[in-house]
Design a protein around this ligand. Structure first.
Ligand SMILES: Cc1cc2nc3c(=O)[nH]c(=O)nc-3n(C[C@H](O)[C@H](O)[C@H](O)COP(=O)(O)O)c2cc1C
Length: 227
């Protein structure tokens, strides 16, 4: 039976989507005995029971905002956090039969460089998936070109996909913090109400401030009229 591989992407301005399309084409034309689904936007595949049926998942995603997921990947990213929370609570490893690899897109001009790809890689590991190769990180202002790094990912991934059966159940190729493990935790995205807590006066506070200033203005007007 052929191995089943799913290619997911997360993108805002199409860089990761373009790379995913290119890689799927290359892999399909050069690998035998491997069936590849996708590329599919992460948000269109948030059912982790479905994902667990694949032999391998490849993910190409960027980071946006404050190290957040891009808009075609945010629902997937949230669901990934929910799956990890659930797995920690019941001690399960729902992706134990899976192997995965991540190709990240970002820029070192942001403090939260590669936050979404790094967290995605880490959390797949926490769900039991075997990391089959070190994450490749494409820095848009880095020395190595995007093309070179995509080729590097492609070469490594071809080897891994050829050895999927042989490597199943083996120790991961490396830990998630390679080539770098600096992240900004985003687990608050699944808290009640979602998103970050906003500080500030809120709507009631704003109305109260407006009322105070309006009162002061009318009192001044009245005083000026009396003088
Ligand atoms: C508003 C904005 C926020 C960004 N935030 C991050 C970030 O937190 N971390 C990062 O590594 N890159 C960040 N980037 C860079 C993008 O991830 C990078 O341009 C990437 O190549 C875009 O890939 P995409 O077109 O697939 O979305 C940001 C870019 C913009 C415009």
């Amino acid at each position: 039976m052929p191995s089943k591989v799913l290619f997911l992407y997360g993108t805002e301005t199409n860089t990761a989507e373009r790379a995913a399309g290119h890689l799927v084409k290359q892999l399909k034309s050069s690998l035998k005995g491997v069936e590849i689904d996708g590329p599919t936007a992460g948000n269109k595949m948030t059912d982790f029971e479905e994902i667990s049926k694949y032999d391998a998942v490849l993910i190409a995603t960027s980071s946006y905002g404050d190290g957040d997921a891009p808009s075609s990947f945010d629902k997937f990213f949230e669901q990934l956090h929910r799956e990890v929370k659930k797995a920690k609570e019941d001690g399960s490893k729902p992706l134990a039969n899976l192997q995965h690899a991540v190709l990240g897109f970002g820029s070192t001009s942001y403090e939260t460089f590669m936050n979404c790809p790094r967290i995605t890689d880490k959390l797949f590991g926490e769900l039991g998936s075997r990391r089959m190769q070190e994450r490749v990180e494409v820095d848009e202002i880095g020395e190595e070109s995007e093309e070179e790094l995509i080729d590097k990912f492609e070469t490594a991934i071809k080897e891994c996909l050829g050895d999927l059966g042989k490597n199943k159940g083996k120790k991961e190729a490396c830990s998630w913090d390679k080539p770098d493990g600096e992240i900004l935790d985003k687990s608050h995205i699944i808290e009640e109400g979602g998103g970050e807590k906003k500080s500030g006066p809120g709507m009631v506070g704003v109305l109260a401030i407006v009322a105070v200033f309006a009162g002061m203005y009318f009192m001044k007007m009245k005083k000026d009229e009396e003088e």
